[in-house]
Design a binder for this molecule. Structure first.
Ligand code: NAD
Length: 362
């Protein structure tokens, strides 16, 4: 046992429950029996359709009519156009206000499915069954739903909580290794923003085994849920979950939009973002050079190196200015005072951001 001493206990959030592994299916079966839905629709992408749906179906008992809707996988499909398709299909299937949507997939499916459910007929119930590591430890928990608007990530969305979240690490068996690493970046972030011991545990792991992951996933969700439950609408504390994301999202969008640059996975982009924002933390908030070096070493050892020229840096800074978390036209960063302790709403000069890029590249 790596880190935790308790078994995979369900987590009770302020408005819903998160269940793990075998207990997840038991809880879902009881819930479905009690709720008596008119129709149950499962949203998948083509990968989760192939790899996850058969296993999921074999563990759940459905009394209501069951329908499957498939969307195309990938961040480029996390758009309002895809939502239109899902809304239309729900309507054609005569889904009503007593229908349930089950989002079975990675963060794209859970974000988009949550948004579709929160708006269809002014809101129907939905359940998240995350199948990627990133969606398990982050996207499926905390109520943020939404889609991208052109190049701006998650510009359109709602904060609406799922009725239940079910975590089964069995799904990770088929998840490609780079996707597993992508989700691991959010777990490292959880350590950086609130738990130094967890950060040290994670960064010294020799390899990610599914056995260890069970407990680590649980701990990451406890951290995220703790933050969200204290500040569900992101008035203050919840902003700490955005560490690495102010620049990370801009980098992700920049790569998505440039065909000659390799698209980065979400976690790969925020890994770069965390090195850059770690540097800003050391210059502005007193993060020690020792901890900064630890952050740089950890992320550089695990994630692909990304090369930025002057033009790309300028574009990334411009994209960052349009981040939805800005207020009154100012970009606000979450920075680290030390590992496990953040400061929020920090403004940073562009010149310092360019210095951070230079630090990353050295
Ligand atoms: P994703 O949904 O695109 O999944 C990654 C890839 O893995 C996809 O190709 C998917 O089809 C495939 N996949 C998923 N599960 C699989 C499995 N078990 N076996 C085989 N293939 C599988 O992306 P992601 O990394 O899961 O999530 C990224 C998204 O999450 C981004 O859009 C990001 O903005 C969002 N996000 C949201 C929040 C939030 O609070 N709502 C937090 C963090 C990230």
């Amino acid at each position: 046992m790596l880190y935790l001493t308790h078994k995979m206990k369900s987590i009770q959030t302020t408005s819903y429950e998160i269940h793990f592994n075998a207990l997840a299916y038991k809880s879902l079966n009881v819930y479905l029996k009690n709720e008596n839905f008119s129709k149950i629709v499962i949203l998948v992408d083509e990968n989760t359709h192939n790899h996850c749906l058969p296993y999921f179906l074999s563990h759940v008992t459905f009394d209501a009519v069951l329908e499957i809707i498939e969307i195309q996988s990938g961040e480029i499909h996390k758009t309002i156009d895809t939502c239109m398709g899902v809304w239309r299909t729900l309507s054609e299937l005569s889904a009503d206000r007593k229908s349930l949507l089950i989002n079975l997939g990675g963060g794209v499916v859970t974000d988009l499915g949550g948004f579709v459910a929160s708006t269809y007929k002014r809101g129907i119930k939905f359940i998240n069954v995350p199948t990627s590591l990133l969606a398990m430890v982050d996207a499926s928990v905390g109520g943020k739903t939404g889609v991208d608007l052109d190049l701006s990530k998650n510009q359109i969305g709602t904060i609406t909580f799922a009725d239940m979240v079910l975590i089964d690490s069995h799904f990770l068996d088929t998840l490609p290794k780079n996707e597993l690493r992508s989700g691991f970046a959010e777990m490292l972030k959880h350590g950086l923003i609130s738990d130094k011991k967890y950060w040290n545990t994670l960064r010294h792991l020799k390899q990610l085994t599914l056995n260890d992951l069970d407990e680590l996933i649980h701990h990451s969700i406890v951290i995220k849920n703790d933050v969200v439950s204290k500040d569900p609408n992101e008035m203050g504390l919840r902003k700490i979950l955005n560490f690495g994301h102010t620049l990370g999202h801009a980098i992700e969008s920049y790569c998505l939009d440039n065909e000659d640059i390799k698209t980065l996975l979400h976690g790969e982009a925020i890994a770069v973002g965390m090195i850059l924002e770690g540097y800003l933390s050391s210059k502005i908030c007193g993060l020690s050079n020792y901890d900064l070096q630890g952050i740089k070493d950890t992320f550089k050892a695990t994630y692909p190196y990304v090369s930025f020229n002057d033009h790309s840096k300028k574009q990334i800074i411009e994209l960052m200015q349009s981040d939805k978390k800005n207020s009154h036209g100012h970009v606000k960063f979450v920075l680290l005072e030390s590992i496990g302790k953040c400061q929020i709403d920090i403004e940073v000069e562009d010149t310092l951001i360019l210095e951070a890029f230079a630090y990353y590249s050295n």
